[in-house]
Design a protein around this ligand. Structure first.
Ligand SMILES: [Zn+2]
Length: 208
């Protein structure tokens, strides 16, 4: 990955709440969200480096999830009016108005459970924080986003979706038509559950 952001600075803020167990460390990643073609592209290597360096293993999931949340919010503002961010137990999504976040995330959670049941030995969702979904209103915006990642994206063009493997594995898809979106999500979530195995793509496609 190419970095051209001058001095990298990070702010680590510890929010101590009344209950010690609620202590959460937040990593501000705004300096690592470079705008490319108007869309924020996270510098995953730099973010991962800071988290491995400064965050204890117990807090990493929460800190990664916080970083993904910041990326999603930045993406929402970059996309302009008509986008929202939604979150469930295992997923974070940026999605266009007209796509019901609660329905999409309930479906994603169901797919996740199903895959862990069907592929108990090999299926795993291995992202270091919550799983990330980027849903775009139209194909052109989705394609523009995918062009930020030069390689390593499994693009299922017939489904209008892709599983991006570079950096933090995530799903990008186009979807205002919810029925179609369900098919796309189910397929791409299988890629997400298998990517930790680094299988050749044709094997993943066979299982998807
Ligand atoms: Zn595929």
């Amino acid at each position: 990955m190419l970095f051209n952001n001058g001095t990298i600075t990070f702010r680590l803020a510890t929010n101590r709440r009344r209950n010690e167990t609620m202590t959460a460390t937040r990593l501000d990643i705004s300096d690592h969200l470079t705008l490319v073609d108007g869309l924020p592209k996270p510098e995953w290597d730099a973010i991962a480096g800071r988290i491995e360096e400064g965050i204890g293993p117990d807090e990493r999931f929460a800190v990664w999830t916080g970083a993904i949340r910041q990326w999603m919010n930045r993406m929402r503002s970059a996309l302009g009016e008509g986008y929202d961010v939604a979150e469930s137990e295992h997923f974070l999504a940026t999605l266009p108005d007209g796509v019901p976040g609660d329905v999409v995330l309930r479906f994603a959670e169901k797919c996740r459970i199903r895959m862990l049941e069907v592929l108990p030995d090999i299926g795993a969702f291995s992202a270091p924080g919550k799983e990330a979904l980027l849903l775009f209103r139209d194909r052109a915006t989705c394609d523009k986003y995918l062009s930020l990642w030069s390689s390593d994206a499994d693009t299922d063009r017939f489904l209008g979706g892709a599983h991006v493997r570079e950096g933090y594995p995530h799903v990008a898809a186009t979807g205002l038509n919810y029925d179609h979106l369900e098919d796309t999500l189910a397929h791409e979530l299988i890629h997400l559950s298998l990517c930790h195995l680094r299988l050749p793509l044709w094997i993943e496609e066979g299982l998807s």
